[in-house]
Design a binder for this molecule. Structure first.
Ligand code: GLA
Length: 383
């Protein structure tokens, strides 16, 4: 039994490492030096975490959009897009150095796993077995636990394909990590296309039934990071319903209509237009996407009038957590700016919170032999 299971770990680990290294091989021989138009993938050392070297990759597409991603936490460190005058600005919150990330932060730009969002009381039952997870948010489990995917060093390899430039990240999460069952092999791929899309794809396999809900936790400010609050941004969410939560932000189980409430963004509205009526200090809610998940569909459009920047989010996930940086309080200083309350928003595409304890919600169970695959596309343009 033991031998069988460690062989599986090895196979899973090898598959992930091979996938990222094969892709990375092209990057090492070609891209460091080569440029095709303005398109490029480069990497540089970014320090050490847990005694492991951390690298920072820069992806630049042919229009000059630039994403910087590091191997610690699979974190999107910065993302530069043009405003309507063509002037580039970094529109994501974060830090200039690895040391600042290591001191702790509210998931800026991070890859979140194994479970984005909360699992009530940090436990769930699967196939008759109760699993106890690391508890790190009051009595609940949040964003993968104490050492989630946002705090591990990933294997990485840059690549170029017909669509643009990318980075593939691989990580094998061990059976029992943060309390989750199964050795889980994950690949996260960032692709910056020449159509000005940032596509984030997730793949995973397991050797034991488990639950999984991967997402990305980038904090966006389309006016530029640190350039004031996001209350004037206009938001459209393709969601007629949301999941009301209790005081611990755990869904009550109800899927409630947004109609006539401050949750209604079915028509574009300024984020700040009704935020005072939201009693938990701003938005921190999961919206149930009308698509139901399973096929790619437009989930959200955000527009910032001053810069003209628009971000569309397309996903195959059934939900999206809309969070308005309610816990930012000015103590977060990054990339030369102070981050006050509401200085950014997050739109974390995902399954509904606490799904492992809610049989009526779409399933988040992954079984051996199945492949977890999901994609979220951020499309950028100006108007
Ligand atoms: C998520 C949660 C929020 C908060 C942030 C990080 O979006 O829903 O409640 O924990 O992450 O601070």
């Amino acid at each position: 039994m033991r031998t069988g299971s460690s062989v599986k770990v090895w196979l899973a680990a090898l598959a992930v490492v091979a996938a990222v290294v094969l892709a990375g091989c092209c990057e090492r021989c070609k891209f460091q030096a080569k440029e095709k138009g303005k398109m490029s993938v480069t990497k540089e050392p970014f320090g050490q975490a847990d005694g492991q070297a951390v690298e920072l990759y820069t992806l630049t597409n042919k229009n000059g959009l630039r994403a910087r991603i590091m191997t610690y936490g699979g974190i999107l460190v910065s993302f530069e897009t043009p405003d309507r005058q063509g002037k580039l600005a970094d529109i994501t919150l974060g830090f200039d150095t690895l040391e600042e990330y290591l001191k702790g932060h509210p998931y800026f730009g991070a890859t979140i796993g194994r479970y984005g969002n909360r699992i009530g009381k940090g436990k769930f039952t699967l196939d008759g077995v109760e699993y106890k997870l690391a508890v790190n948010n009051g009595p609940n489990h949040l964003h993968g636990g104490i050492k989630g995917f946002d705090k591990v060093v990933w294997e990485a390899g840059g690549f170029e394909n017909g669509q643009g430039v990318g980075l593939r990240l691989g990580y094998v999460s061990k059976d029992g990590e943060e309390g989750y069952p199964g050795n889980l092999a994950c690949i996260v791929t960032y692709l910056l296309t020449n159509e000005d899309e940032l596509r984030i794809s997730y793949e995973a396999t397991t050797d034991k039934a488990t639950v999984l809900n991967l997402t990305n936790h980038t904090y966006w400010n389309l006016a530029g990071q640190g350039e004031g609050d996001i209350l004037g941004h206009e938001l459209m969410l393709a969601a007629d319903r949301y999941t009301p939560v209790d005081e611990g932000l755990i869904p009550t189980g109800e899927l409630r209509s947004v109609k006539g409430t401050p949750m209604d963004f079915t028509k574009a509205m300024e984020i700040g237009s009704r935020i005072q009526q939201v009693d938990i200090g701003g938005y921190d809610h999961n919206f149930v996407l009308n698509s139901g998940g399973g096929t790619m569909a437009l989930a959200a459009t955000v527009y910032e009038r001053g810069s003209g920047r628009v971000m569309e989010i397309h996903t195959d996930q059934p939900g999206v957590q809309f969070y308005t940086g309610n816990f930012l309080d000015g103590s977060n200083k990054g990339k030369g700016k102070v981050y006050n309350k509401h200085y950014a928003f997050c739109l974390e595409t995902q399954h509904l919170p606490d799904s492992p304890n809610r049989p009526q919600f779409p399933s988040v169970v992954l079984r051996p032999g199945e492949k977890y695959e999901t994609v979220t596309v951020h499309r950028f343009y100006t108007k």
